[in-house]
Design a protein around this ligand. Structure first.
Ligand SMILES: [Zn+2]
Length: 377
């Protein structure tokens, strides 16, 4: 996509922002470039107008902390996420109107980015703001939103951008574009990320408990019990072991996902996905990955899903609550874009527990899945 590559910001253009960040030219790397990009795109004179406008809207958004079955959850009313929250890209049926223009091939007015991994990806600021500094990391070619064979790129991106957590939403697990992309945000800012770090450090988070499910020489894999949603955490210093585990994980979750069928409002696993023009070929999954240079260690969080929409989304009239359970929700940050939805969830936190339960894999699926994971060597 030539047009996308032309939106690349050079180090010369980023130089004033390196100075603002106290980064000397000898210390410029991708991690510094992306932080400078965030400043450039929010610069009122040279920046990205829609992002700047949305930051103003975001600063007025409402937010509250709730305790749902002992686990703290942040609930937000954030109108800048409306486009992504109401996106039905992957819910379109064959015969629906043609795809709108791809917003990752045709960038917005003033939207510019930084090329990484030899120009294979462009890092952009995300105008749908969960937290200021949010990024979309898009492939520079229009390739499909499928993770199989591409997790190595996610590892590479996490390693070169250690100030950030890198996120991935699978096709029926909350992605809002068919164009291959990751997301990222400043590391450890979301409640769930902080809770995972606390648990790994042996500290308490409500009734949540860390339980080891795989231990081998190079890595540890945990699940978190009593945490509202199914999640597996991997801690490792070994890039190759992480890659091999991911392949195995995907393969085993795919087998277990055959149980996703005949659920009201949810597409059966393996059905045709009209927006991808092919049958569903990989499990529904949200991923978080981050790298800690001081320990040279990766921490990954995998959230296996049945679907991104909880059943309340399909209710009629006032009973409907617009929620999309993607990676940010998996990380304890629930976004609503309508005031009545925000008010109801605040009043009935048990609806949040149900939304997690609806969209996560079931405990029966989890049992079969863990039995398989335990055989990983
Ligand atoms: Zn595209």
């Amino acid at each position: 996509m030539m047009a996308v590559i032309e939106r690349h910001l050079t180090d010369t253009e980023l130089n004033p922002y390196f100075q603002e960040l106290d980064i000397t030219l000898q210390k410029v790397n991708d991690n510094a470039r992306v932080q400078a990009l965030i400043l450039q795109q929010t610069d009122p004179h040279k920046g990205y107008p829609r992002l700047i406008k949305n930051l103003a809207t975001f600063s007025k958004s409402l937010s509250t902390e709730l305790t749902v079955a002992t686990i703290p959850i942040r609930l937000v009313l954030n109108k800048t996420r409306r486009q992504s929250l109401t996106s039905s890209t992957f819910e379109k049926q064959a015969g629906d109107l043609a795809e709108p223009t791809c917003f990752l091939c045709n960038l917005d007015v003033g939207q510019r980015g930084v090329l990484i991994l030899d120009g294979k990806f462009i890092v952009l600021t995300n105008p749908g703001i969960t937290l200021p500094g949010d990024l979309t990391i898009a492939a520079t070619q229009h390739e499909l939103q499928l993770i199989r064979g591409r997790f190595a790129e996610m590892i590479d991106i996490a390693a070169i951008l250690p100030a950030f957590s890198i996120y991935f939403n699978g096709a029926l697990a909350g992605a809002s574009s068919t164009h291959f992309h990751f997301q990222a945000g400043y590391k450890d800012k979301l409640p769930g990320e902080q809770q995972i770090q606390r648990l790994l450090a042996g500290r308490a988070v409500g009734n949540a408990r860390l339980r080891k499910i795989v231990k081998c020489a190079t890595m540890e894999v945990f699940q978190i019990e009593n945490f509202l949603r199914s999640v597996q955490i991997v801690v490792t210093k070994d890039r190759q072991a992480l890659l091999e585990f991911f392949d195995y994980y995907l393969q085993q979750l795919q087998k277990v996902s055959a149980a996703i069928k005949n659920i009201p409002n949810y597409p059966d696993f393996g059905s045709l996905i009209p927006s991808l023009g092919q049958k569903e070929s990989e499990p529904r999954l949200n991923i978080m990955l981050k790298y800690y240079p001081d320990y040279q260690a990766f921490i990954a969080g995998f959230f296996p899903k049945r679907f991104n929409r909880p059943q309340c989304y399909f209710q009629k009239g006032r009973a409907k609550i617009v929620l999309g359970m993607a990676i940010k929700e998996a990380l304890g940050n629930l976004i609503t874009c309508r005031k009545p939805d925000y008010d109801r969830l605040q009043r009935y936190p048990e609806f949040i527990a149900t939304a997690y339960q609806d969209t996560s894999i079931t405990s029966e699926m989890e049992e079969a899945f863990f039995r398989a994971l335990k055989t990983f060597k």
